[in-house]
Design a protein around this ligand. Structure first.
Ligand code: 5RP
Length: 227
């Protein structure tokens, strides 16, 4: 099933995505092993990498979709367990604040994305300016859950004011389900992430606040803003 994409992507948005993706190239240490996220913005980044053969030694991938894109671009993909620390991780997001807190998981790859981000010394996040917000939350927060715990987690979220919607007919690369939640209090993203992490049956919360991005590259109509 398609990723959770609530709004149409316009030609202007594609140009902004390409702009921030290409700007991320300058953060790469040549010859290093690079962590690579998932999504259409990352697709532009992989296309930019493909145009610079030999720039990186190999990649660690955050999804089967990204692995396929990397391989078709002629880039070797290593298992994270064989690499250890990743020098740099490049990924998109669904929403971001100037504090570099993120909502991720619109494409359903949040668990592997969080793992590679945790292993990375530096996380550069690439977004178009339509995703930059004062407060997270207008984009539904994805949670990856163990399938048998879906309704248990849904009830626990409802007790906290959250309205959860099951992303039907979608399984993650890990064989789990996704629920998208609205209505949770997001004034303090690290606190909410910490709390939701404790719910039994939750594999991964799509809030990236305890480990935020280190750099946000925001594609605009005229250039790229660095935060
Ligand atoms: C996938 C993600 C993506 O980074 C997020 O959905 C942004 O995608 P896109 O670049 O296509 O807008 O978190 O799980």
């Amino acid at each position: 099933m398609a990723a959770h994409t609530p709004e149409q992507t316009t030609a202007g948005t594609h140009a902004k995505k390409r702009r921030c993706a290409e700007a991320a190239l300058r953060y790469i240490d040549p010859g290093s092993v690079l962590g690579v996220g998932t999504g259409s913005t990352v697709g532009y980044f992989i296309a930019a990498l493909a145009a610079r053969p030999g720039l990186i030694r190999a990649a660690v991938s955050s999804s089967t979709a990204t692995t396929a894109l990397l391989r078709s671009a002629g880039i070797d993909v290593f298992d994270l367990n064989d690499v250890g620390t990743v020098h740099l991780y490049i990924d998109g997001a669904d929403q971001a604040t100037r504090a570099r807190h993120l909502i991720k998981g619109g494409g359903g790859a949040l668990t592997r994305e969080k793992i590679v981000a945790a292993a990375a010394e530096r996380f550069v996040c690439i977004i178009d300016d339509g995703k930059l917000v004062d407060t997270l939350g207008s984009f539904p927060l994805p949670l990856e859950v163990i399938p048998m715990a879906r309704t248990l987690v849904t009830r626990a979220l409802a007790a906290r004011g959250g309205r959860a919607e099951w992303r039907r007919d979608f399984l993650t690369d890990n064989g789990n389900q996704i629920i998208d939640v609205q209505g949770l209090p997001l004034a303090d993203p690290p606190a909410l992430e910490r709390e939701l992490d404790t719910l039994t049956g939750v594999v991964t919360v799509g809030l990236f606040a305890l480990r935020p991005a280190d750099v946000l590259l925001v594609g605009t109509a005229t250039g790229v803003e660095t935060i």
